[in-house]
Design a protein around this ligand. Structure first.
Ligand SMILES: Nc1ncnc2c1ncn2[C@@H]1O[C@H](COP(=O)(O)OP(=O)(O)O)[C@@H](O)[C@H]1O
Ligand SMILES: [Mg+2]
Length: 438
């Protein structure tokens, strides 16, 4: 893009950032404050990354003053992080930022930025309760972000380099996860603090044997998650395909391996992988007289990692899809994906996001987990959005893990999910442990 056009569009965008408030006054005086400048100030602030380990330790000794300082951390962190994303969006070519879907996201972010940056310091539990209401409301409102971003990115195909769009989408999603993690962790800590069994004044005010600290499940067991997600995916595809030949999901290896993780993130990744595998096998064996071969899941526990290999015999990734597997913005079948996305007005990227607006009872995690899995099954069946794999990778990498896929043409797929055991007590705290995206 030529420089002249870039600067015009930047100017337009800056004007737009001034917002209606600045120009709606009847006076011809300059507005008393300029959000564009305010945004500059916030963009200059660095973000304070947090690791899974920090999230856990922070919540382990939960006192009123800790809860208040958690609230203030979130209070300053959210507008800072949003400011960075707003600036990113301002730097996009005008054709992109003016796309209707992308501009919906821009407006939502700007509104949230304005709301969050003006929250006064939180000093009391009442202030915190009020702040939590704001957080919950915003989280709910932002469920439209992912489908809008995805549609915007697809519609801008051809206008911007695909790699650039993918980078943008990855950054947006990573940052979105990070904001939601810190917001949801604070909401969960507040719920714990307010729950009847929590006695802030007592010596044993924190249950050191608790399995959950906020949203972090300390003893996440890969086998249980695979089995739980497997059942849901099987049931979902049984209903949507009408087929009775549903492959089994077999789990082998280190079945007792546990690690701390935000379970909703793991369920999301494994759910997507299993859906893909089961779906591919059903399609391949649709007209075959033979029984469909099972999905084989191998769990391998190493000192630093837990690795899951999910193998299917569904025939492998179609050749025309393979080069675009990890891309949000390019590849075939764009029109189908756009139409399907149009049917998903809101989308929670993880199950725990869906749970947020509901009345959750942290003391009964069973209910939470069941609730989260049933939300997964309520996703429209068979809607191919083309986002499952790239989104799963964003989630996996967010907590210093990785996701790879090997397609054996004509035979099947091996997916490798590597999870970093960040919460392991013996682990050295390395720079890698601070994996938060900014
Ligand atoms: N295990 C698999 N076997 C065969 N094809 C697969 C497998 N996993 C993914 N694919 C192919 O990759 C495409 C993209 O997958 P994904 O990112 O999960 O999006 P979606 O499932 O919504 O299309 C799928 O539509 C399918 O064609
Ligand atoms: Mg999929």
């Amino acid at each position: 893009m030529n420089r002249g056009r870039a600067s015009i569009s930047l100017h337009l965008r800056r004007r737009r950032c001034l917002g209606t408030r600045a120009y709606s006054s009847q006076s011809h005086q300059p507005p008393p404050w300029r959000p564009a400048v305010v945004l500059d100030e916030w963009v200059e602030r660095g973000v304070r990354p947090i690791s899974l380990r920090q999230l856990t330790f922070f919540g382990r000794t939960l006192t009123e003053s800790r809860l208040i300082s958690s609230a203030n951390y979130v209070r300053t962190e959210l507008p800072t992080r949003l400011a960075h994303r707003l600036r990113d969006m301002q730097k996009l070519p005008y054709v992109v930022v003016s796309n209707p879907h992308i501009s919906i996201v821009y407006e939502l972010y700007y509104k949230a930025f304005e709301k969050f940056r003006t929250v006064p310091e939180i000093r009391t539990l009442e202030d915190n309760d009020h702040y939590c209401d704001i957080l919950r409301e915003t989280l709910k409102e932002h469920l439209t972000v992912i489908p809008n971003l995805a549609m915007g990115v697809l519609e801008c195909q051809g206008l911007v380099k695909p790699d650039e769009m993918d980078r943008f989408m990855n950054t947006m999603l990573r940052a979105r996860i990070s904001r939601r993690v810190i917001a949801e962790q604070h909401l969960a800590l507040t719920e714990t603090f307010n729950s009847p069994w929590h006695f802030p004044q007592s010596v044993a005010r924190t249950d050191l044997n608790a399995d959950f600290v906020g949203e972090v499940f300390l003893k996440c067991n890969a086998k249980d998650v695979v089995e739980g997600c497997g059942k849901v995916a099987q049931e979902l595809l049984r209903r949507s395909s009408g087929s009775t030949k549903i492959p089994a999901v077999r789990v082998q290896g280190h079945l007792t391996a546990t690690f701390p993780y935000i379970i909703g993130h793991l369920e999301y990744i494994i759910g997507e992988l299993l859906r893909n595998s089961i779906q591919a096998v059903i399609e391949k064996y649709h007209d075959s007289p033979n029984d469909p071969p099972p999905i084989e899941v191998l769990i391998c526990e190493a000192p630093q990692h837990v690795i899951l290999r999910i193998s299917d015999q569904g025939g492998g990734v179609p050749r025309d899809v393979l080069p675009y597997l990890w891309s949000f913005s390019k590849g075939p079948r764009t029109q189908d994906r756009l139409e399907n996305l149009g049917q998903v007005p809101t989308m929670a990227a993880t199950m725990q996001e869906l749970v947020v607006p509901m009345d959750r009872k942290p003391q009964n995690r069973e209910t939470f987990q069941e609730g989260s899995l049933s939300s997964l099954s309520s996703r429209p069946p068979n809607l191919r959005l083309g986002m499952g794999l790239p989104m799963s990778r964003v989630y996996a990498e967010y907590w210093a893990g990785s996701l790879e896929l090997h397609s054996l043409e004509g035979y099947g797929v091996d997916a490798f999910l590597q999870i970093s055991k960040l919460g392991n007590k013996n682990e050295q705290v390395t720079a890698r442990a601070s994996v938060d995206a900014v």
